[in-house]
Design a protein around this ligand. Structure first.
Ligand code: NAP
Length: 535
């Protein structure tokens, strides 16, 4: 295996094929074409769904690659991830053009997503070099301990095995083929089989080729990476239930994520599914903030609500505030800002259809506050804002359900205590936002412990859309935000999802893996007898 990797490769034209263990493969099933939601144009080339033989080939190759890939050292995997990033950058113009056409998202947004994707890959390269992902711990033997001697016990983390990744529709790069799930699984030492999303097959193929090329450049086994297309309930479930797959990463709907969790739990050998699914991201507007800047908050809220046609898992779908003049100012400003927001394209006709159904359902149970401009295309998202009271909200499952798109609901409460009651009764969330002036801090201090139990990220005086990628970020939260609240799908801790600890008791020194070997050959920070040390 080579440690030094040649310059970046450039893959610029989609060919309509899947990628199985380094080889382009034509599917045999239903043909699918990408579609430009902004123009309604069908995009060539056509892709064909894969079948069980393709799942078999990708999983067999991933399983064969695993022992070799997991034996690579941190530096080799770091260089591999950096090569993937460099290859994506080399093909950037083609990827941006294709992703913009396939999603209808603005070029600036897609350009930013390329940077975020390559940044994530490089973040995991730095995580590998830094080394604490190994979780190296040593409890040295105490042969003279009474009443019984203590054995030598050492712990480190090892990769789970091949991982299935389901690309998201709404982030064609950063949560898709080379997104956070793939980057963190590859960093952990797990081969990856991606089920690409039908909404952006061309982008998926171009990015898949950037990874495939990097696998070859790094001299890694070909089965380290594969990309399949296919029907979720058919090919997707076949992938999740293949005995060689050991974990799953998913971003998408609650129904899709729940189906994968059930399928994985029903396997003879159940496996973890890290599904990021459904969140309405409540925003709590406290009295002081509303009275000093209610109108400004209303305007800024609409900016966050309508960004990217509201197709963010962190979209602010719920606003909770106490009645009063400040809230009236907020509502008036939001209604005015909404009235001037143009309809923007959603990713697919299906997503636009679900959005329209969700808005219709809300309109039956809540009062309409305002709408954005109407659009004339099949995929147009016309923003919508509704209002109800606390009892109406708490008694309705429909009002608590996510509507994916630029729709939000204001819950008008009697007072701060009723706002807290709403917080106590909502489902798990990716985010919870608080707007508070200094005069609100005593109330915020009461709200904070409630929100901690509900959300993966609590933010003050900002908007939940926009997720920093770093070491401290949590993009997770209690069900149904995710299927496992102990994890994050964004940021460096995402690698932990694809690792498990192993303890080595009295293993002969010459057989010990280097992260826990005597003399600390990998120069790691290790916990020796409970104390962190670089010795
Ligand atoms: P999705 O339907 O959950 O699909 C995501 C991925 O999971 C796709 O590859 C899909 O394959 C697969 N999948 C879906 N249901 C499955 C099942 N029962 N068994 C196995 N695999 C399954 O998410 P989406 O395509 O992004 O959005 C579709 C709908 O979900 C929209 O109506 C949207 O309103 C809602 N939604 C999306 C998000 C999000 O963050 N993307 C969040 C909330 C709600 P197939 O395409 O072949 O089914």
């Amino acid at each position: 295996m080579t440690a030094t990797i040649a310059g970046p490769l450039k893959s610029t034209e989609p060919t309509g094929q899947m990628l199985i263990a380094g080889e382009p493969v034509q599917g045999s099933g239903k043909p699918i074409n990408a579609f430009d939601p902004a123009t309604g144009a069908t995009l060539e080339p056509a892709y064909r769904y894969g079948d069980s033989s393709h799942v078999e080939a990708a999983c067999a190759a991933a399983a064969a690659a695993f022992p070799i890939y997991r034996a690579t050292d941190s530096e080799q995997r770091a260089q591999f991830l950096e090569t993937v990033a460099a290859n994506i950058e080399a093909a950037k113009d083609a990827i941006i053009a294709r992703a913009t056409a396939e999603t209808g998202l603005p070029t600036a947004r897609i350009t930013g997503e390329v940077g975020r994707t390559t940044g994530q890959l490089r973040l995991f390269a730095s995580v590998l070099r830094e080394g604490s992902w190994n979780s190296a711990r040593i409890d040295p033997a105490q042969p003279d301990r009474q009443p019984a001697p203590r054995p030598d016990i050492r712990q480190r983390a090892i990769p789970l095995g091949p991982v299935a990744v389901f690309g998201a529709s709404n982030f064609p790069l950063a949560f898709s083929v080379a997104g956070g799930d793939t980057a963190s699984a590859l960093a952990a030492g797990c081969p990856v089989v991606v089920k690409g999303h039908d909404a952006h097959p061309g982008t998926s193929e171009l990015v898949g080729r950037a990874i495939t090329d990097a696998v070859a450049q790094a001299g890694l086994p070909k089965g380290t990476f594969s990309l399949l297309f296919g029907d979720g309930p058919d090919l997707g479930i076949a992938l999740v239930t293949d005995a060689r797959i050991k974990a799953v990463g998913f971003t998408g709907s609650r129904s899709g994520g729940t189906a994968l969790v059930k399928a994985a739990a029903a396997r003879p050998e159940p496996i973890p599914v890290y599904a990021e699914m459904s969140s309405i991201n409540p925003v709590f507007l406290l009295d002081g903030a509303l009275s000093t800047r209610g109108a400004d908050l209303g305007k800024a809220f609409v900016g966050s609500l309508t960004m990217g046609s509201g197709q963010f898992c962190t979209n602010p779908g719920l606003v909770v505030a106490a009645d009063g003049p400040g809230l009236d100012d907020f509502v008036t400003a939001a209604r005015d800002a909404l009235a001037g927001s143009p309809a923007t394209p959603m990713l697919t006709p299906n997503i636009a259809g679900s959005y329209a159904d969700g808005v219709t359902a809300l309109s039956k149970e809540a009062d309409l506050v305002g709408r954005g401009e109407a659009g004339d295309s099949e995929c147009a998202c016309r923003a919508a804002l509704f209002a109800t009271d606390a009892a109406g909200f708490l008694n309705s499952e429909q009002l608590q359900a996510e509507v994916f798109g630029s729709s939000s609901l204001i819950v008008r409460c009697k007072d701060a205590a009723e706002m807290r009651a709403v917080a106590e009764n909502i489902e798990g969330q990716l985010t919870a936002t608080v707007h508070a002036d200094e005069s609100d801090h005593p109330e915020a201090a009461k709200l904070l412990p409630v929100l901690e139990l509900k959300a993966g990220r609590i933010l003050f005086d900002g908007w939940p859309t926009g997720v920093e990628v770093g070491h401290a970020m949590v993009h997770g939260g209690p069900y149904p935000a995710t299927s496992d609240s102990r994890s994050t799908s964004v940021g460096s801790r995402a690698i932990e999802r694809f690792l498990r600890p192993v303890a080595y008791q009295d293993v002969p020194t010459s057989l010990l893996p280097s992260p826990i070997a005597d003399g600390n050959p990998d120069h790691l920070w290790r916990r020796i007898d409970g104390q962190l040390t670089a010795d």
